[in-house]
Design a protein around this ligand. Structure first.
Ligand code: AHR
Length: 592
């Protein structure tokens, strides 16, 4: 292997070459990165009509002791559903309440992870015709073991009243639930019930362990919030940023009909921009351009959609005095966010109205924000785009052999037009299963090809990023989690090898090699005509990703089965050969 490391052969890697793609898929956000523990906190999951779907809230007690229904009587105009609970029992009358009282409980997203010593902030809104005597508790999964509790007695709740308490956990259970119970006869209404751990990342609401996994990749950018999630099966269910900002209690939430789950939109437009800032990653906002999977807005009537996006950019970047910038400021971020990239739609090129709509968005954004880079959905790798764009989006999901051979995909593409944004790549199907070494090796080959072609490729991200194991809609994914645990798949660790590529002030050479075959491969590394091992002053470190079986995966039981192992190569000094293990991805770092 001859490595030409002379300055003249160097290409400057864009600062944003490697990043991450966050989509609300597999409960990545709701029940994942967003640390809210209550699922369907406003009882809104059935939409604005009654009866609404209160799932996964469940009822404690039977029809003889309480009647539960939903009504459109909430204090919050954008989410009118409230829960009505008519308690028929008490501790003295003819119907005696069961021990522990009657009420409702929420199991969160397949169980709440309550940990001893940690504090959880409970907020809820309540109203009653009489006085209330409520118990709130965090209990183990069977509802029996109490981990934390508090009482609310109040005779002045005839109007909607906000209640708050900090609950300090005295025990641990990864499948806990939140209970609201009473033994007092009467009618109580509940709405907007939230339980958040107090130790989220910088208090910004992100689950710490999952945030750290993202941060550890040192992403140059973060693309959000989808994916198909942005499009919707139908336009009425697409992500609409205006419905996701402002106080959390006032957000209507929406049903993501592509990945089939309700989200309360706690992780909204503001939080995505905050996430990018916290990660030190450039935000790349993908927005709906009036095209969903099944319906489209005519180009002649797309202007309201264009205005919505201009408003969304003003929300991110406008002065605190501007209409939408002032909303951002009121949410605690007076300084503008550094939004410089937007993508017009997702995988929509070829659909009837895409180009017409695209041009409306392109012209309006270019005019108002000339510095914003605009990304088209149309593939400019095989033929030049017939419309203006700063980048074109390119997605590849395929088998391992094809992914590996695609390392050369960008060798010949034009260096003159817009550059590629490889915003979704992954080996899928049998080669990948739920995240195999084989998939990671093929992807490593592909990503080395992207890095070599970084004069034609501006940005790249693996997809999808997260999966909650309880809702594995799409597999494989980079980070697997449940309420309490998580691990990276081999594809996550593959990305780790490239984390220094965007920016690193240290002076060293990194040589990355994939051995995609079943035999050892012997390497001789020459740099500018000098054989590596004959240069004694070079310090050499090796990092290797491999395993005994090509289809090996990580798991909760063995989260580190397939991870990079770093070792010093002092003993290789003076020797002439370096041996690559079969089926391995190896990086050699040479200190200069
Ligand atoms: O990454 C999963 C899905 O794959 C994305 O939502 C979509 O863009 C692609 O089809």
């Amino acid at each position: 292997l001859f490595i030409n490391a002379s300055e003249t052969s160097a290409k400057k890697i864009p600062e944003t070459l490697f990043g991450i793609f966050f989509e609300e898929i597999n409960h990545a956000g709701a029940g994942g990165l967003w640390a809210e523990l209550v699922s369907n906190r406003g009882f809104e999951a059935g939409g604005p009509n009654t009866p609404s779907n209160i799932d996964p809230w469940s009822i404690i007690g039977d029809e003889s002791s309480l009647i539960v229904s939903t009504e459109r009587t909430s204090y919050f105009p954008r989410n009118k559903i409230a829960l009505r609970m008519e308690v028929l029992c008490d501790n003295e009358g003819t119907i005696i309440c069961p021990a522990g009282g009657v009420g409702i409980y929420n199991p969160g997203f397949w169980g709440m992870n309550i940990e001893q010593g940690k504090t959880y902030k409970l907020v809820f809104y309540v109203r009653s015709e009489g006085s209330i005597d409520l118990s709130v508790s965090l209990t183990g999964s069977n509802g029996l073991q109490t981990l934390a509790s508090a009482n609310f007695k109040d005779s002045n709740v005839s109007n909607w009243t906000k209640m708050e308490v900090l609950l300090h956990a005295q025990g641990t259970d990864a499948k806990s639930r939140l209970q609201l119970t009473t033994t007092r006869k009467g009618v109580i209404w509940f709405d907007q019930v939230s339980l958040m751990p107090t130790d989220t990342y910088k208090g910004h609401g992100f689950r710490n362990d999952l945030f750290e996994m993202m941060q550890d990749l040192r992403p140059g950018f973060i693309r959000f919030p989808g994916g198909c999630f942005v499009e919707g099966e139908w336009l009425r269910n697409a992500f609409r940023w205006k419905a996701t900002v402002g106080p959390w209690e006032e957000r209507p939430g929406h049903f993501g009909d592509v990945w089939h789950y309700w989200t309360d939109d706690g992780l909204g437009h503001f939080e995505f921009l905050q996430l990018a800032e916290d990660l030190g990653a450039a935000p790349v906002w993908v927005f709906n351009n009036g095209v969903s999977h099944n319906d489209q807005v005519d180009t002649s009537s797309v202007l309201p959609f264009v205005q919505e996006i201009l408003d969304g950019i003003e929300f991110a970047r406008g002065e605190p005095q501007s209409k939408w910038g002032s909303l951002r400021a009121s949410m605690g971020h007076p300084e503008p966010f550094d939004l410089k990239y937007v993508a017009v739609g997702n995988e929509d090129c070829g659909k009837k109205n895409y180009i017409g709509n695209y041009l409306k968005f392109y012209n309006a954004i270019r005019n108002a924000y000339p510095d914003i880079k605009i990304i088209s959905n149309c593939d400019g790798s095989s033929k030049p785009l017939d419309h203006p764009a700063d980048m074109y989006d390119y997605h590849i999901y395929t088998g391992a052999n094809n992914m590996f051979s695609s390392a050369r995909k960008f060798d010949q593409v034009s260096r003159n037009g817009p550059k590629a944004f490889v915003s979704e790549y992954a080996v899928t199907g049998n080669d990948a299963s739920n995240g195999s070494l084989l998939a990671a090796l093929a992807e490593a080959g592909f990503v080395i090809g992207l890095e070599k072609n970084c004069d034609a490729v501006d940005m790249a991200s693996y997809a999808p990023l997260f999966v909650n194991t309880n809702d594995r809609t799409w597999s494989p994914d980079a980070i697997v989690f449940d309420s309490a645990q998580m691990y990276g798949t081999p594809s996550y660790w593959m990305q780790h090898f490239f984390r220094e590529s965007n920016e690193d002030s240290k002076k060293y050479l990194r040589i990355k090699v994939v051995n995609f075959g079943s035999n050892n491969v012997t390497l001789k590394i020459f740099i500018d005509g000098v054989e590596l091992n004959s240069v004694p002053s070079l310090g050499l470190t090796k990092t290797e990703l491999t395993s005994s079986n090509l289809m090996d995966e990580n798991s909760f039981q063995a989260p580190k089965k397939v991870i990079p192992v770093r070792s010093s190569m002092e003993d290789a000094k003076g020797k002439t050969d370096i041996v690559l293990s079969p089926y391995s991805f190896t990086a050699f770092d040479l200190l200069m």
